[in-house]
Design a protein around this ligand. Sequence first.
Ligand code: BMA
Length: 879
Amino acid sequence: MTIIRTLETGWSFTQVGGGQGTKDGEWLPVTDFPTTVHVELLQLGRIPDPFLGANEWEVQWIGESDWIFKNDFTITDADLAEPNLDLVFEGLDTYADVTLNGQVVAKAENQFVSYRVAVNQHLRLGSNDLEITFTSTFKKGRQLEKDNGKFHLWNGDSSRLHVRKAQYNYGWDWGPILMTVGPWKPISLHAYDIRIVDTDIRCKVSEILDAEVVVDVELSEDIPASISVILSEAGGKVIRCQDCVTLDSRRSQTQFHFSPGEVYLWYPVHYGKQPLYVLEVQVKDASGRTLDSRRERVAFRRVRVVEEALIDQPGKTFLFEVNNIRIFCAGSNWIPADSFFTAIKPQKYRAWLQLLVDGNQNMVRVWGGGMYEAEVFYDTCDELGILVWQDFMFGCGQYPAYDSFLKLVEVEAEQNVKRLRNHPSVVIFAGNNEDYQLAESLDIVDYTDETSDYRSTKFPARYIYERTLPSIVNKLCDIHYHRGSPYSAPGVPTTDPTLGDLHQWNVWHGSQERWQNWDKLSGRFVSEFGMQGFPNIRTVDHWLHGRRDERFPQSHLNNQHNKAAGFERRLELYLVENLTHEFDMNSYIYYTQIVQAEALSTAYRLWRRNWRGRGREYTSGALVWQVNIDGYHLVSTDVHMEQMNDCWPVTSWAIVDYFLRPKPAYFAIARELKPFTVGMTRKEEKTYTDEMSAASFTIETILEVWGTNSSLTVKKAKLELSLFELDSSWSDKYTMNVVLAPNSSTELFFGQLPGQPVRTKLNEVPRTIIASACLLDDTGCILSRSSNWPEPYKFIHFPSIKDLGLSIKTGNDGESIELSSEKPIKGIVLDVEGEDVRWSDQAIDLVPGDPQVIKAAGLGGRDVIVRFLGDGGGLNVTI
Ligand code: BMA
């Protein structure tokens, strides 16, 4: 049996030659293991917190220094008697020479891989010295760049393209430059007779949803052994147990076909349960002694990426089908949740992913500029039913493909595909993030060439994305491979909205379109789009770190905590186009958050409408950029939101900030992703009555109303459509019974906006009519609400606050509030002084006759601060 001894205590580290933070020859104790240098120096108080103020720039020397980590461990006679002794390094960041008792035993050059080294001949009885010398990744990268060429990129230092390390460590448009260094994953000593080298498990589900599993086992040596495979339920009940048949000297195989009801299928969240099984491989000798065993968690599901012709529209679908159910994928892009990977604890991963599910999302994309995530990330996705889109770790770059680089990539891809392939949540591998887009921007991609080797072209990494990675993925698993994100189809540019996936950045970046035009900017699967919004004021105060004089939107420290090029212009562009706004710190936070909430919820609303049923899946997914921001978390491992501190604080596209405080956009999106929703849009239609005249026309205001239903059955509901004029007491109401088709959207109304006269002159100001729709089930329970206001909001003359009839009542327990009003109110965001509250909703609109109750965990009966459009700078409502 393999005996594993983890080397996690007794480590110390030093800076080679000493430097800014340490003295030459000074060995410092390691507090946490695995670890990296910044984390340790911070624990020791040797560096300032890089996430406060502008301290990022005080710690840049760390990444340009060399570091040694050392440990001594004891070896006994019994250890030495073992036939095999291996040191296993699960992850070294990044360039490292490992010596054992003075002998070099390993050289590492890829952060994303593990290393196993046979060390029998280097070990001695008693104390053994292990030393790992990390050479500066940044300097090594610069040398590689000198030797192999400088290439183009977006974000970071161009030397990163030669280095297999988390690319965002070089700085990104939401992240600081922090070049981590150190033994970032566990190190252990393995003693064994023989070991299982690989278990290739293929859980297959046929078109008629029959399940089977085929298991291939590979041993380290050819010795007489019996190999059995046991499949059990998660609770331990054995379902099948069977011996393998020998395939060749070291490989054996077995397979199980299941009868109906023997195993259950795994479904994405909201579509069914997530039954998980344990598959154990046992290797025994003739006397029945266990030589090795391995346990893997598995599940059964049939996943297809369907690319087929559409009715009435060009191109093809790009949709995920699970167990024959077509799924509208609504989710988020995921960047590493921490600048210092070792500081993110399992509970924090779980808290993030739970937040995603609570926000009615069902997919997460592990973005290519980060890292292949920790095991717990995928385990949690398996358990919660979150679908994972997994990029390979290449992002926004013109990557090389010279031999030594390619070799690193091959090992990395093989190891990581093997590590991830048994997770039922992982449904797609994509070759890279935006590398085809970058190549298109440089005009170095020849889409007519599908056959050459590419390595001698200006886009050499096509070899990686179109040869290396697909062949590894297809050899090692049954998961779909996609050349990149975005990628349309062979021969077609990535901006084609009718094929493959699309990154829609023409809102914010690119041509800076209005978000109201998301419907014209749709794609078959929008895997990125976003809008920035400031985080919570407490988060801003955290990075200001007591600097009250910097507490204004344009301050130096607020700029330091926004890494996006041109962010001031873009934030302001979307503000001035849509709102009138004040410019004090609190107001700026509120208004940018409302813009973000409006922009992102509008996208989900309009794109979900495009999921129109079989053959009409015009848009099959929308993944917001981005769910999280990276940060670090050194001290607390607690997951309660109010205790999340010490993280990287920044203004970014994130919908949840680094304290795991959701921004209003998080809630606005969640409302659009409920199982049943109602959506509205209004459009002006100008018709010329005489083709010879430009002065004679009519302008009609058209209201369109639709419903969505993500369940698999027809939903009967009642639609109540109420209309209010903001500056009069006029109102109107319509009720109709509606039937929502299963797993699609259904059009419910198209016509002139009630109450809005047809205009014949451009100076006729339209009435400020607000439409409010409610979808109710047959018990009168509200399934969904939506309101539609005339835009842009900046034209609206909001009523004075005293005329609103706004009432805020606290529930008896002091932990909920009921909001009601006598006039429509747009964009309500709630807050309190002091400790944050966990609100169940934010960025809501109110209309007369429809009070809303919001849960407020932690409110404790405190006064509520209410912001809304037209509030004149904030209203402190005393309850
Ligand atoms: C996307 C991403 C990231 C970037 C984001 C915001 O295209 O792939 O590289 O952080 O845009 O600019």
